[in-house]
Write a protein that binds this ligand. Structure first.
Ligand code: ZN
Length: 136
């Protein structure tokens, strides 16, 4: 079961895996002139790799490459459980920074106390209240 924060998608330009924005991609497409403005020039200008420029200019190639990667990774060769855990923690921390928590308060169904809501799944101020309510 994923946490609530794991289901929140990052806005396009807030994704840290992305070095350049959609606007810059568009600019690269316009600036490229075969045999005059080279891939190498554009790559160094925007400090991305030549391969990344190729992918921007040819989205079909990127799609194909991603599909091949998807197949290749199925044997688990890239899977690293420790690195995965570390990355998941890092992304949760980052999401908390860019989406400051909105504090919502509600009344406990059992004791009527006002408490801070931590998850949409909860309706009680404490475990004891939930247990007591469910056993009635
Ligand atoms: Zn309560």
């Amino acid at each position: 079961m994923p946490r609530d924060i794991d289901t929140i998608r990052l806005p396009y330009n807030a994704d840290r895996r992305r070095k350049i924005t959609a606007e810059v991609k568009e600019r690269i497409r316009k600036e490229y002139i075969p045999y005059i403005v080279s891939l190498r020039f554009l790559a160094s200008k925007y400090s991305i790799s030549k391969r990344a420029v190729q992918f921007i200019l040819n989205p079909e190639a990127e799609k194909k490459c991603k599909e091949q990667f998807k197949e290749r990774r199925k044997d688990g060769r890239y899977y690293n459980s420790e690195a995965n855990t570390k990355a998941a923690r890092s992304i949760r921390k980052y999401k908390k920074e860019i989406f400051p928590p909105i504090k919502i308060y509600q009344y406990c169904l059992q004791c009527g106390k006002l408490y801070q809501l931590r998850s949409i799944k909860h309706s009680f101020c404490s475990r004891q209240c939930r247990r007591y309510f469910n056993n009635q």
